[in-house]
Design a protein around this ligand. Sequence first.
Ligand SMILES: Nc1ncnc2c1ncn2[C@@H]1O[C@H](COP(=O)(O)OP(=O)(O)OP(=O)(O)O)[C@@H](O)[C@H]1O
Length: 446
Amino acid sequence: MTPPLVRLVDDDTDLLEATTQSLRIAGFQPEAFSSGAAALQGLDADYPGVVLSDIRMPGMDGFEVFRRIRSMDAELPVILLTGHGDVAMAVAAIREGAWDFLTKPVGLDALTAALRRAAQARALVLENRALRADRQVPVVAGQLLGDSVAMEHLRETVARLAEAGVDALITGPSGAGKTLLARAIHREGPRHARAFVHVACDTLDAARFDLDFFGAEAGQPGAPRHARLVGRLEKAHRGTLFLDRIEALSLPQQARILHVIEAREVWAAGAAAARGLDLHVLAASQADLGAMVAAGAFLPDLYYRLSGVTLHVPSLKERRGDIAGLFRHFLLSACARLNLSVPQITPLVQARLATHDWPGNARELMQFAESVALGLPVLGEAMGEDAPGLAEMMARYEAGIIQEALRMSGGNVTAAMARLRLPRKTFYDKVNRLGIRPEAFRKREG
Ligand SMILES: Nc1ncnc2c1ncn2[C@@H]1O[C@H](COP(=O)(O)OP(=O)(O)OP(=O)(O)O)[C@@H](O)[C@H]1O
């Protein structure tokens, strides 16, 4: 990915130089300007970056820089740097639409975190505009999106696991992204050019299990008369075998699979010699396999063989912070695929996003995004049978908005209060009542 552009504006040239260097090291492309007028030159509504400006400067101050940028492109993020005396001015700027403000001296972690969030938002705005202008722009496919701590951790693990080629078990509820995770592990590892064989264990035909997995020589029962029937294991040779919904295998089937995994050898039915198999085995389960082992429904040896490395994909309800971003991604993908222009997000859609628990997880969210793309009515959905009462809906909606503000400000309470235009006491009353912990939004930097 190209490093995000940051236009830096500060009349203190020493500070400007120091910040430029630090940002370059932190993976940004800084462009330094010692005055507002100079920074505005060449800046247009297509600028693929963000602006970081000091407030107090001779001539044009940061506030004015922000205003001029806003009149050119209200969606270009401007972050203001303030001294202690200028906080009131910065708060006023946020009310007028500035992206964020940071009080000097700013730690590098806080600065890069704020810039990264703003750059991501900017990229999304430009992607969205490009989609509207030219519906052919491809939307990133197959990527594990979401900036919750859980997703960040999973992305890091994918890279390590892909490299190591260790077998793993992926757990999590339906539609949470287990298959996507397995594909990502395959794609990022050395086997990416080989097959990824997806076996939906809940749809296997018990009677044809052996043929299906182990294949058959020509002329044998079940095999075509003149050709060998290639089993799935052989197809997965040197690639990845993904056993999806492994909890659906019967005990005898589990025993067969265990044997293959342990021996990494396959016996084509009737073949004289065993052939060595090179397989990376990944399995996914919605059920608690440990509990199934305890109940005698799952072979302990297979469980221990697979669960040495276990990755858990939490439900969307447990990572609500991912909902808005995933929804935007699904909406853009649906619009590109269906050749539709991107619709405005109505308050009703926002209410649904903020209040629904998404038991079908990412899959359900994707279907919802598709209906929004198609302009289907949302009201029925928002008021569906599972909808809570009005008071609860309002509380969840309120919580969703406060959480979004905290997420945008990286847990900076003052900035979140300014964005929401709430006095401190009201903000804290609400946060306490709704059980929100602002510190949970202060992300670790990596
Ligand atoms: N983090 C994510 N980023 C982008 N797309 C996602 C993400 N998580 C899930 N999806 C998409 O949501 C859909 C459902 O995900 P997936 O099929 O991986 O779920 P699953 O956990 O394997 O479900 P099941 O257990 O029902 O098979 C897929 O189209 C997938 O691409």
